[in-house]
Design a protein around this ligand. Sequence first.
Ligand code: Q46
Ligand code: ZN
Ligand code: ZN
Length: 301
Amino acid sequence: MKCRKCGGGAALELRRHNAAFCPPHFIEFFKKQVAEAIHKHRMFTREETVMVAVSGGKDSLALWDVLIEDGYQTTGLYLDLGIFDYSVESKSKCEVFAASRGQRLHVERVADAVGAPIPEVQKATRRPTCSACGLSKRYLMNRAALEHGYPVVATGHNLDDEAATLFGSVMHWQTDALPRQSPALASTHPKLVRRVKPLYRLSELETAAYAFLRGIDYIVEECPFAKGATSLAHKELLNRLEETSPGAKHNFLFGFLEKARAAFERIEEVTLEACASCGQVTTGAICAFCKLADQVKRQAR
Ligand code: Q46
Ligand code: ZN
Ligand code: ZN
């Protein structure tokens, strides 16, 4: 196997691109894919400061690293979910990374906002852990960016994540989720910041290779609640498909984005109101996050 660029020994074969790269040229390829994502979807400019949501895992830290390397202005956001040792260790990985790059890291404790750490939220609300966690993360990311005046939040979702989410939405024909599946969600309200996913063109294997080659120290263990999640089953299924036909994941996701997504956009835009309790956007009177936090607090009384 030879590097497509220099003919030297290749370290990584990318079957869906029918190419192989040596370490320096793989890093170059990786950076180009990120640059293309940012450019194509006008994710942010060099004048803006990007708030990078980091979990301590390979994807979000690789994303932060590549943005710093490319000269973007960034700041980190770590949401402490209060998930036992997993949260303790992942927070420390983020702090060490931020300090080594001279970057600012904002830390927010989910328990302070919701009233209990994530493992206890399920008991108080009987809502599946990951659903309460996902809702809280989206809400707190937006709130933190607004509070500190950052116009955009970037997350480390990669091609595998995006293809698996799309697969899940299609399996259940969640037609309201489909138009929201995008590498870049614009701000449609003054209280809503832009949300972008600059790694959507790169596979999980590629972000792992980048993190390894760049010497990033990340948390290898998954969140204990990830086990048995349907999204993991969908990922496995897509991986099996990818093995027999390289490029399957890419075609599935990119085909949707290019040819099908627009068909699901609702003609009638929903009207966003300010939540009567917290002032953030909602389609009802009280936002889903405030309802969740209220349930947790009532249970604790
Ligand atoms: S952190 Fe939260 Fe994930 Fe853990 S509880 Fe589920 S959603 S699995 S990305
Ligand atoms: Zn090379
Ligand atoms: Zn609210």
